[in-house]
Design a protein around this ligand. Sequence first.
Ligand code: ATP
Ligand code: MG
Length: 425
Amino acid sequence: MAFQVPRGTQDILPGQSERWQFIENIAREVCSIYQYKEIRTPIFEHTELFLRSVGESTDIVQKEMYSFEDRKGRSITLRPEGTASAVRSFVENKMHAAAQQPVKLYYIGPMFRYERPQAGRYRQFVQFGIEAIGSEDPAIDAEVISLAMSVYQKAGLKNLKLVINSLGDQDSRSAHREALVQHFQPRIGEFCADCQKRLAQNPLRILDCKKDREHELVQSAPSILEYLNEESAAYFEKVKFYLEELDVEYTVDKNLVRGLDYYNHTAFEIMSNAEGFGAITTLAGGGRYSGLVKEMGGPEIPGIGFAMSLERFLAAIDAEQAELPIQSAIDCYVAYMGDKAKDRSVSILNHLRKAGLSAERDYENKKLKGQFKSADRLQARFVAVLGEDELEREAITLKDMESGEQQEVSISDLAEVILSRKNGK
Ligand code: ATP
Ligand code: MG
């Protein structure tokens, strides 16, 4: 019987994995420039962590978690997202006591959600995300958003759309909540079963429903922006001002919400406008939260973050046909003629590799012609050919595959010569 990957998962094969590494490196570089430091947390956590932080009423907790009992009967969950673990670790390691605040963290790793697989939606996917915990300066909101935009732009993406909204503070939200209840109550029967529950639990989330998004009452729902108190409105103005200072273009979408009580003030999403991107166009989502650190047992400290999946990032790169400058050519292929030369090629290859050159040789007893074919396939910049005669002189023939030039060099100088020719000397 032949095995297959589980539904909703994929193998990333050589040829593709270079693309993954490339965008991961962009994320790491941008984080280093913006001074976000990597945090690595376990891939599984106590289920309770996600019940408390992601929230019992969310799709993630209700339908999407990979939970199981371990051998001692404890409930364990494969992490569906990264914020819960980051905040848990922040509290557990008392990072609020660090001299430098806010604490700026990033993570890259697999997340797991039991979803219906489709383009852009997997059961195991890789998220890159950041969290800035410990500051309520609207400049940090703008920084977080601009970091996300920079990552996409560095990969060559151009058709991006940033939408932002404000959810206000607790006061603004309770006023808005009442208005929403009054708005939906009389006709809640026309909505899906989930929304009927949401009316009592968290009416804000009706605005986020995938089934009822076209309903006229969703379209005409009272906007949170009209319910922002003075402080919240001023906060939002500042975020917008800083985005302008950072040359980040945005659109305000009053229906952009985040489902949890913890979210307040800034919410944002980045979408791809590329043609042919498919039905799912959201690349990244994020927002500001307060109360979450406290819920995890820490002090009353706010945070802001976002998460993006690398799967959708790569899909956007494909949709825009953005070229990633991935270097696959090798520096030198070591070819041999005859048994003695074959034996000696082992240490020559090693010599090149120790000098930091990417190098390869034949392991299939190919004739010289076949070895040159391999060198071509590997896009070798140079081929070093070792024959028995040359070996007696401790020499090797170096062929420059770009110019076709050949030159005999001493074996002990080979790495030096390649290094200097490669650097254009
Ligand atoms: P969606 O509305 O698409 O389900 P979400 O609200 O569940 O998204 P978040 O939990 O905010 O998404 O996750 C942030 C980002 O992670 C998304 O913008 C998307 O890039 C990515 N993402 C979420 N779920 C998946 C998935 N199943 N497969 C691939 N990427 C995903
Ligand atoms: Mg989802």
